[in-house]
Ligand binder design. Structure first.
Ligand SMILES: NC(=O)c1ccc[n+]([C@@H]2O[C@H](COP(=O)([O-])OP(=O)(O)OC[C@H]3O[C@@H](n4cnc5c(N)ncnc54)[C@H](O)[C@@H]3O)[C@@H](O)[C@H]2O)c1
Length: 419
């Protein structure tokens, strides 16, 4: 990340934090005022013998949400989204196997929520409309299927699941129960992503035939030794953790061409290294002496039916200069580089002179909150979902094939996305 981008991102983070704090303060203040006034009015009505419960507790028509997993991403990104959505949505239940985490979230943010340590008990509450899943990856499909079968809509953190088979169970359960299932694709809601998407859709790039994406961390293994670095629980390392973001974004820009084959190499060099820990990742709990059986760097490529190729390079730890994140697209009319806070466009002007344009759209509302609001827009207003299950299916098959290729010395592996 360039110095100016880092500065911008830091400033934005500070602003987001400040805004969330302000909202929380306002919400708490209002909650206290409402409670005090209601109590006073109830006392008065009881004294006058006119008390009727429904007069004081009017029907609350907000969408009722139960959250499973009150760890890193829930606190960092979902809580601010629910504060933003408080007029349409109410968090009524919080579940975490570490009960204190759910209790803490109740105390700090959602005072009226019920607390659970077993999500299956939470699903028995028939008044809950939506389940929001923020747990380790292997639980996404298990909890989503149970929730959909219990008649709830589901919003789930990325990745869809730990493998294509598990993901398919989720898509089938959503279809069978006629409920909405949406997986977090927050990068699509970044204003610079939207700018570039519109630029592409307006035909400015021509045909995109080559793309390159990278998210390289120099040091940043999430929860080293914990679920993130245990293949059975996470599905893999940075490819399934960070790669889902970048592959999705690149393919979204490319309008989801059909993938036909992949090739990949994976490396695991930092499991035993004491120069590499989780210091640069705020997600997951670090476990001393825990499991580390995933990769920390992948390099690979995806070939599409239309002849286009997407190259990728993703790491949690790698001896590079600094962390960087980008999608580079090459089209027949123009090229582009996306870096999160910037877009660079490589064009020609009317006199066929080369021209580079720089665009940087400020992020007013954090992208995760935007994605969550979009889910409620679809549920409440019937908006068309930005995320389609076939895209998740493609993603899971690509990731699975990339891992298979890495296990087979980088051999090209064919993909059949429409079985
Ligand atoms: N979209 C993003 O930018 C982004 C960023 C970070 C993480 N994530 C995703 O969010 C998910 C959670 O990641 P995290 O960083 O918050 O992890 P985390 O370990 O910090 O939090 C997970 C929480 O789930 C709880 N949990 C585990 N098993 C449970 C169960 N059976 N029932 C209820 N709770 C249970 C844990 O106790 C923990 O509090 C992962 O799937 C991850 O890939 C997404």
């Amino acid at each position: 990340m360039a110095k100016s981008e880092k500065k911008l991102a830091k400033k934005q983070k500070k602003l987001d934090k400040k805004e969330a704090k302000k909202l929380r303060k306002l919400e708490n203040k209002q909650y206290k005022i409402d409670k005090k006034e209601r109590k006073k009015a109830i006392r008065k009505a009881k004294k006058a013998g006119t008390y009727k419960k429904e007069d004081f507790y009017p029907a609350d028509n907000r969408i009722r949400v139960g959250v499973v997993g009150c760890g890193g991403i829930f606190n960092a990104a979902h809580v601010p989204a629910y504060f933003k959505e408080r007029n349409r949505v109410k968090v009524v239940a919080l579940c975490d196997i570490i009960g204190e985490r759910a209790e803490k979230a109740k105390k700090r943010f959602f005072k009226e929520a019920d607390v659970y340590t077993d999500y299956r008990q939470m699903l028995e509450d028939e008044t809950i409309d939506v389940i929001d899943i923020c747990t380790p990856n292997y639980l996404h499909s298990i909890i989503a299927v149970d929730a959909l079968n219990a008649g709830k809509h589901v919003f789930c953190e990325k990745p869809d699941a730990i493998n294509p088979e598990e993901a398919t169970k989720m898509y089938e359960a959503a279809g069978a129960n006629d409920k909405m299932l949406m997986i977090m694709r927050n990068n699509r809601f970044n204003p610079n992503s939207r700018y570039l998407k519109e630029y592409i859709e307006n035909g400015n790039m021509g045909d995109i035939y080559v793309a390159h994406t990278r998210w390289l961390r120099r040091r940043g293994i999430p929860g080293k030794g914990g679920w993130f670095t245990t293949k059975e629980l996470s599905g893999g390392g940075p490819l399934i953790d960070l790669g889902v973001h970048m592959i999705d974004l690149a393919m979204w820009f490319m309008d989801f061409p059909k993938p036909v084959s992949v090739a990949c190499s994976a490396y695991s060099c930092f499991g035993d290294s004491n120069v590499c820990d989780s210091a640069n990742s705020r997600f997951g709990d670090k476990v001393e002496g825990g499991t580390y059986n995933v990769e920390d760097l992948v390099i690979g490529s995806i070939r599409f039916e239309n002849g286009a190729v997407l190259q990728l390079e993703i790491s949690w730890a790698s001896n590079v200069e600094k962390e960087s994140r980008s999608v580079e697209l090459r089209g027949t009319k123009a090229g582009a580089t996306w870096t999160g806070s910037h877009v660079y466009l490589y064009e020609e002007n009317k006199k066929s002179k080369q021209k580079t344009r720089h665009v940087s759209v400020a992020q007013i509302i954090p992208e995760h909150a935007e994605n969550i609001s979009h889910f409620f827009d679809c549920l409440i207003n019937g908006d068309t979902p930005n995320y389609q299950m076939f895209e998740g299916n493609m993603m899971m098959k690509i990731i699975d094939a990339l891992y298979k290729s890495a296990e087979n010395d980088g051999k090209e592996i064919e993909i059949d996305v429409f079985e």
